[in-house]
Design a protein around this ligand. Sequence first.
Ligand SMILES: [Zn+2]
Ligand SMILES: [Zn+2]
Length: 325
Amino acid sequence: MRFKIELGDNDIKALVYSGPRDVRVKNVTDAKIERPTDVLVRITSSNICGSDLHMYEGRTDMEEGKVLGHENLGPAVEVGEAVDRIKVGDWVCLPFNVACGFCKNCEAGLTGACLTSNPGTAGAAYGFAGMGPYSGGQAEYLRVPYADFNCLKLPDDAQEKENDYVMLADIFPTGWHATELAGVKPGESVVIYGCGPVGLMAAHAAMIKGASKVMIVDPHPDRLALAEDIGAIAVDYSKGSACIKAFSETDFTEDLKKFDVPTLVLHGDDDQIVPIGAAALHSSKLVRNATLKIYAGAPHGLAYTHNDQLNVDLLAFLKTEELSR
Ligand SMILES: [Zn+2]
Ligand SMILES: [Zn+2]
C-alpha cells in the first residue's frame, strides 16, 4: 500500500534540474512499475553527492526536467510480478549504478559498465547525465529497475540506522574502493588528499584494513576536525607543504629502501579539481616500478589533487633525486 502527499493527478514532489545552478522542488509524474522486474521505493533518505555538482554547475548535457539523486534508501512499496527477492515493506539501499546483473560486464563484476541498462553505451545511474533514462531519488518515490539485482536488502534496524546505511549507496564504497585500488594492506601508512566525505570514508576504510598510520590532508579546519575524530592524523596544507609534511610523518625513506613505500591515496574535490598531469606521475620511475601506489577520483583511476600548489609539491617530491633512483 502506498501513502503519499496528495498533489493532484499522479504527481510526486522531486528535486528537478532546471538549468545550470538552478534546481527546484517541483511536482513531477509519479514513479511507477514499468517492467515486471521493477520495484518502487518510498525514499526516506537520499544523499546529495559531489557528483551532483557536475550537473548542477552546468558541466554536463543534463536535460532540464530530470530528477536528481543517486544515493537512495527507503522501503519497497510496490513490487513487480517478476521480482522474487524483495517484498513490500523491505527496507533497501540502492547502489547508484543501475545494473542488470546478467550481461557480460555485470557477470565480471563491472556493474558500473552494465551493457543492458543503457543501450548503446555502458553504464547507467539514477538521475545522472548520460547514464540512461532513470529518474533520481531526490523525490518521494523511485523506480528501481532489475530490483532483485539492484536492491541491497537491509537488516531489521534499517529505519533506526538509515543515516548510516544510506552511505552504502555510494560514498562509503567509493572511499573503500580507493583503498582497494591503492592496495592498502595492514601496517601500511596511508596519505589521503582531500578530507571531504569520500576522503573521510577512504580514511575509515584504510583503518578497517589495518593501516598503521592514516594521514589526511586538507585546508579546512572543520573537515580536519572530523578526520581527527575518527582517529586520522590531520595535515593542514594551508600551513606549509602538505606533501613534505605528510611524508615526514612516515618512515618514508626507510620504507623506500625496503621497496615498501607508503600508499598514497588522492581524492579531489569537485569544485577545485586541477588535473595533476597524470602523465607526469606515470612517467616517474617510482610509479613505473609500482613501488608507489597512487589512486584518486574513484571511478576513473586518474591521479589528481585539487590544489595547484599541492600538485607542484607532489611532482617536485616525486622528482627528487632520492625518489627517482
Ligand atoms: Zn554519489
Ligand atoms: Zn549488466
